[in-house]
Design a protein around this ligand. Sequence first.
Ligand code: UTP
Ligand code: MG
Length: 595
Amino acid sequence: MVEKTSDEILGKAYDSKLMKRLLTYVKPYKKYVVLAIFLNVFVAGLAPLRPYLTKIAIDESIANKDYESLTFITALLFASLLFQAVMQYGLTYFTQLMGQKIIYDLRVQIFSHVQKLALKFFDKTPVGRIVTRVTNDVESLNELFSSGIVMVFSDLFIIFWIFVFMFSLSFDLSLITLSVLPALFYATFLFRKKVREAYRDVRFHLARLNSYMQERVGGINIVQLFNKQKRELNKFKEINKDYRDANIKSVFYYAIFYPTVEILSSLAVALIIWYGGGKVFESTMTLGILFAFVQYTEMFFRPIRDLSEKYNIMQTAMASSERIFKLLDENTVIPDPEKPVIPGNIKGKIEFKNVTFAYNEGEDVLKNVSFTIEPGQTVAIVGATGAGKTSIISLLSRFYEPQKGEILIDGININNMRKEDLRKMICVVLQDVLLFSGSIKSNINLNNSEIPDTKIAEAAEMVGAQKFISGLPAKYDEEVHEKGAKLSMGQKQLISFARALAYDPKILILDEATASVDTETEILIQNAIKKLLSGRTSIVIAHRLSTIQNSDKIIVMHKGEIKEMGTHQELLAKRGIYFKLYQLQYKDQEITKTA
Ligand code: UTP
Ligand code: MG
C-alpha cells in the first residue's frame, strides 16, 4: 500500500477557523469585496425581476391590447438584460482580480517561509509536495476567492428574491415548486458524499503521479543508463491509470447529478403547468402568473445546482488551505538569538568543544568531537565515507544544531550570532556543485549586485576559470541550466571556486568532490584551491591525500569520532589509520602509473 500523505486531507466544506484565517488574506482587498457585493446585489436582484415584468406584459399589456405599455415593458426587459451584462462584467473582473492578488500574496508568503526552514524539514519533505502547495493548492484557493465566496453569496441572494416573488404571486404554486425540494436535497446529499470520496482518490493519485514524475525526470540519467525506461513506463501507466479511473469516477457522479436536477426541475415545471393550468381554466389565476412561475421554477433550480458545485470549490479550498497553513505553520527553523552578538573584525578561529550530534535521535554521527583551528590555518579532515566529515561542516554553518557541546568562532558561540552574520563569514564549496539557471556571471555573484563585474572576472582569473569561460559563445553571459548540463564537473567546480573567491569569506570550507577529473583540470583545481586557501582559515575535506599534505593539521575521522590529529609527517610516523589510508592511495597511484 502506498503511504498516505497530507495530499489526502479530505477537508470539511466549511471550517470556521480556516475561514477566519483565509479572510485575513482578503483584508487588504476589502474595497474589492465591497464592490463585488454591491454589484452582486444588482445582478442577483435583476434576474428575478424579469419574470415579474413578463407577467405584467401578459396580464396587463397583452390582455388590454396596450401596445404602448407592451413596448415599454419590452424595452425595460431589454435594458435590464443589458444592465445585468455590464454588472456581470464588473463582477467577474473584480472578483478575479481580487483572487489573483490574494494568491500572489500567498505564493510569496509560502516561498519566503519555505526559504527560512531548516534543512531538517527538507530531509523529510519531498520537493514535489512543496511545489504542489505553491501551485495546485494556491490555485484552488483562487477559485474560492474569485468565485466561491462572492458567488455563494449571490446564489443565496437570488434564491431569496425568487422566494419573495413566488410567494407574493401565488402561495399554492410556490408550495408545488418546493414539493420537489426534498428529492433534490437527497440527490444533492448523495452526490456530495460520493464526489467527496471520489475527489479524495483523485487528489491521492495525483500526488502519486506528481512525485513519481518528479523523481523519474530528476533521475533520468540513471533511468536511461540502466535501461529502465520500459519498467518505469509500465509503473507510470499503472499510476496514471489509477488517476484516470479516479477522475472517471468523479465524472460519473457529475454526469448523473446534473440530469437528475434537470429532471426534478422539469417535473416541478410540469406540475405547475398542470395545476396552474387548471386554475387558469377556473379563472382563479392569470396566464401571466403561470408564465412567470414557470420561469421562476427554472430559475430556482439553477443556483441550487450551482451550490453543489460551490460546495466542491469550498471543500477543495478548505483542504488546500489546511495543507498550506500546515506548511506555513511549519516551524522547523533554527532560531536566531534574541540578543545576537554582532561579530566585529573576524579573525577566523574555529573551536569545536565536545560536540555530539545526531540527525535522528539516538544515532550519533558525531561523538564528542573537539578541535581548534587557529586563524589562517588550513585544516584537513579525512576519513572513510560516512565518517561524519560533511556533518561537521553542516554544524559549523548551522544547518543543524548539535545535541551536545558548542562551536565557537573567535570565541563567540555560533548560537549567539545571527545565522546571516555567521554565514557571511563562511563560504562552503560543496561536494556536488549546484548551478542555478542563469548566466555564468549570476552563478558567480549569485545576483549580488554589490559584487562588480571586475571582481567576478578577477575571481575567475584567479581560479583559472577564465580560459574556458572566454571560450564560451556568450562568455560571462552564457546561460547555464539547473544542473549545469553544459559544463563539465571540473568546470562547475571552478565556477564554484570563483563564487567563493568573489564573496571573499574569512572562513573557507571545501568539501571535495570524490569524482576524479582529467589531469589538466586536476592541476587547475589544485592551483585554484591553493589560491582559495591562502590568507583565510580553511577546512578542507579531501579524498585525494595529495591535496592536504601541506595543511597545518589533519583530522582523521572514523565513525563519528576523531581518531588521529596532527601534521602529515606526524601522522605517518604514527603508523595508524592515516598511514594506512596513505599507503592505500599510494599503492593506487603506483598501479595507475605503471598501467
Ligand atoms: P556525512 O555526510 O557527515 O559523511 O554523514 P561524510 O564523512 O561526509 O561522508 P562522504 O565522504 O561525504 O561520503 C555521516 C553519517 O550521517 C548520516 C549518514 O548515514 C552517515 O552515516 N547522515 C548524513 C544522516 O543520517 N542524514 C543526513 O542528512 C546526512
Ligand atoms: Mg561528505
